[in-house]
Design a protein around this ligand. Structure first.
Ligand code: AMP
Ligand code: ZN
Length: 113
């Protein structure tokens, strides 16, 4: 499958990986939008939020645990951060493998652009 995140998971292309286990991988976004911008990705290819179901949703718990740990490790747990899932064309999704952007290290404006 021609999926850039599956290729990262399969070590076919490099990434700056900060965390990995059997279910989840986290790595630096190649085009960071904040001082801390990591992507937390289930290893199973799930195309988007719309494809989460009873069978594959267990990984969401792992993703939130990884997000907590990464926020603490980067000392943004108390300052604050944002966890974002872009979905579909108007949502700004460009990679069709579910991923959570963890953004922090600066004041994040609301509403987003
Ligand atoms: P989205 O637009 O929400 O689908 O997010 C996709 C994100 O993946 C963007 O922020 C890109 O900068 C990032 N990205 C795309 N290719 C790579 C890559 N090879 N390594 C790391 N991040 C990537
Ligand atoms: Zn994939």
């Amino acid at each position: 499958m021609d999926c850039v995140f599956c290729k990262i998971i399969n070590k076919e292309i490099p990434a700056k990986v900060v965390y990995e286990d059997d279910q989840v991988i986290a790595f630096h976004d190649a085009n960071p939008q904040a001082p801390i911008h990591l992507l937390i990705v289930p290893k199973e290819h799930i195309a988007s939020i719309l494809d989460i179901d009873e069978e594959n949703s267990e990984v969401l718990k792992d993703i939130f645990r990884v997000a907590q740990n990464i926020a603490k490790e980067n000392n943004i747990d108390k300052k604050g951060f944002r966890l974002v899932v872009n979905t579909g064309e108007e949502g700004g999704q460009t990679v069709h493998h579910l991923h959570f952007h963890l953004l922090g290290g600066r004041f994040l404006t609301w509403p987003p652009g």
